[in-house]
Design a protein around this ligand. Structure first.
Ligand code: COA
Length: 224
């Protein structure tokens, strides 16, 4: 089996991928964000997807989407052809698409929304953690994708804070480092301010003493 970053060579599978996405969603009784042939073709030809094949037959697929001007990345549309399921294919595809996302967007947080146990397991192994929706992208366009879901009313009723999908988020180390760096520099700034305050509090009696001394000297020189 081959697991490859997509290219124009894989455009021949796009109809089959779109059809299987639709059929699987119907079988699961869930809605999905609508993916047109044009949209999927663009992902494939731009190299923003991973395709699994075996002897020229399509096996599986997943693609990358970016949100909030590249601050967030989602690995979406994971699908494995029914006859190839339960053989670890989704795990291999997700691993490859995750690696590709990290290469292309090293500072982006990677997230996913899912009701599927398989995806939850795979995401956990990759280091994703469950989070509430406010931790995800707030990009309107992303949330508009939920409009085709049968649970959209629930999402809106809950003011987009939660719904039936579990939200999972991977925060890259460099993001944690950057956030830690920000906290550290804020702490440094505030400790410098308080040190300066302490210093001026320490110096105040000295200044006052010096002033008094000067006044005394002036007074004594005047009296001479
Ligand atoms: C979900 C899907 C992608 C899984 O593909 P797969 O190739 O069969 O998955 P894998 O064999 O790599 O399995 C990964 C893990 O999930 C488990 N798993 C697979 N299918 C499962 C299922 N239907 N229910 C519960 N667990 C499942 C596996 O046992 C494995 O767990 P393990 O690592 O503890 O052994 C595939 O069933 C599919 O295409 N479904 C329809 C589309 C879909 O639901 N996409 C996800 C949208 S969020």
């Amino acid at each position: 089996m081959e697991i490859e970053v997509s290219s124009c060579e894989h455009l021949m599978y796009v109809s089959e991928i779109q059809q299987e996405m639709y059929d699987s969603a119907q079988r699961r009784g869930t809605g999905i964000a609508k993916r047109s042939i044009e949209y999927l073709s663009k992902k494939i030809s731009e190299g923003n997807a991973v395709v699994a094949t075996e002897n020229g037959e399509w096996v599986g697929f997943c693609y990358i989407e970016t949100w909030s001007h590249g601050q967030f990345v989602a690995n979406s549309g994971l699908i494995v052809s029914p006859k190839f399921r339960n053989r670890g294919v989704a795990t291999l595809i997700k691993n490859r698409v995750f690696q590709l996302s990290r290469e292309k967007y090293p500072t982006a947080k990677v997230f996913g929304l899912t009701t599927g146990l398989a995806v939850m397991k795979i995401n956990s192994d990759l280091g994703y953690k469950p989070v509430i929706y406010s931790e995800l992208t707030q990009d309107e366009e992303f949330w508009n994708g939920c409009k085709n879901c049968v649970n959209y009313e629930i999402l809106m009723m809950k003011e987009r804070k939660n719904c039936l999908c579990t939200a999972m988020l991977f925060v890259p180390d460099n993001k944690i480092d950057k956030e830690a760096e920000n906290i550290q520099s804020k702490e440094k700034e505030s400790s410098e301010v308080s040190r300066a305050e302490e210093k001026s509090a320490e110096e105040l009696p000295l200044i006052m003493n010096n002033n008094k001394k000067n006044t005394d000297e002036k007074e004594s020189s005047l009296s001479v």
